[in-house]
Ligand binder design. Structure first.
Ligand code: FE2
Length: 129
């Protein structure tokens, strides 16, 4: 399968990514998962990956019963590494995963699911040596 399929007019279709990373819209600032991880790690040595949703330029995502971040998932390429789930109102979408890789399956990838605004993705390149 080549590339991703995404219909432009339906936020709940496919995976959302910013249209212009240098010029984020408010909806993108609220939903883009931010990834903190080293650029380079050693094979089989544990390291931490931090994930935060919202707060870019002070634009927070709502956190209430009717509108909240349901979960975040971390992948190496398409290889699943971990998942954290949140309640609406009481827990905030921040996660730290401790992982180790024997090789990079691709860039680190995070999917984030908002109950109203669907699935959002961000990636970060990482070298395993
Ligand atoms: Fe949302």
């Amino acid at each position: 399968m080549a590339g991703k399929w995404k219909c432009e007019k339906d936020i709940l279709c496919g995976v959302n990514e910013p249209k212009d990373r240098e010029n984020l819209e408010d909806l993108e600032k609220k939903h883009m998962p931010l990834i903190e991880a080293p650029d380079k790690v050693k094979k089989d040595e544990p390291f931490e990956v931090g994930i935060t949703v919202g707060g870019i330029d002070g634009v927070d995502h709502p956190n209430e019963a009717g509108h909240f971040i349901e979960w975040v998932e971390l992948y190496s390429g398409d290889t699943f590494l971990g998942r954290a789930s949140y309640s609406g109102g009481a827990s905030l979408p921040r996660a730290v995963f401790r992982v180790k890789l024997d090789h990079a399956h691709g860039p680190l990838k995070v999917w984030e699911k908002c109950n109203l605004h669907g699935l959002w993705e961000n990636t970060k390149e990482i070298t395993v040596e």
